[in-house]
Write a protein that binds this ligand. Sequence first.
Ligand code: CDT
Length: 316
Amino acid sequence: MMKRPFGIAVAQLGPIQPSDSRASAVARLVEMMREAASLGARMVVFPELALTTFFPRYWMSDEDAIERYFEKSMPSAQTQILFDTSKNLGIGFYLGYAELTTDGHRFNTSILVDQTGKIVGRYRKIHLPGHADHKVGKPFQHLEKKYFEVGNEGFHVWQTMDARIGMCLCNDRRWTETWRVLALQGADIVAVGYNTPSVNIHWPEPPHLRMHSHLISLQAAAYQNTTWIAAAGKAGLEDGCHLFAGSVIVSPAGEILAQTQSEDDEVIYCKADLALADTFRQHIFNYGAHRRPEHYRLITERTGVGDPLGKEPDPS
Ligand code: CDT
């Protein structure tokens, strides 16, 4: 089979403090974009909410306080330089940010930008974790359900830069449904940005298990869904709250081929062969030949666990 080489870079961000300006965050992204291009990357993946601190940790009721974390346009005056650099260097990118629409809706969003600096795709996060109420007494909040609406545009794959590229965001990576919907659109690469607190505020989960479930989700998803995955985290201590690192590039064999070593700004790179995904699709995961959707109805009919015996409801 013909090789389909594609240089992928993941640019992990170290912490962004609440007092840090957009300009300083963008300058860090631009520097990493330059490094990614110099390594030969065709696309660089940045984290979720890559322009600000992970603000869902704060309970805020003042609308102005909330809105200062949101982007009203993209590109904006402050982010334009990312698009200009992308065009000048001929490198595409994925960027996560908080989106405020012109009609007042708020989403946790990512965009896909091609190597000419043009936005070719947008994704609005569907699996929003956390809560909407104020958890008094917890060391921090996880208020994605307060600050964002559930994404209204579905999961998509875009044909761009000679590849089929899909997007999701953070908590989406833990959900099997995310990956299959992208796989059935033939995703060669899925970009995912994340911000994952090392501490679970709901139960005393050992931190090493947090990293384990992050990596195993990505490795299993890549293998079972025949795709490369480029996952970029924001890491380190933000305002006293720790976000784990572990940004990775995973092959369709489920192998981690590059992983960050630090909790700081760090670029990793892998010269991927997209044809590896084609090989899996033609054999063990030839979906057209082997899938049995008539037996998967519950996936779209039920949200939660139903009758544990799996019987149809009694019609009487
Ligand atoms: N940003 C994000 O989606 N973080 C979640 C934290 C889950 S704990 C409430 C994640 O899945 O990593």
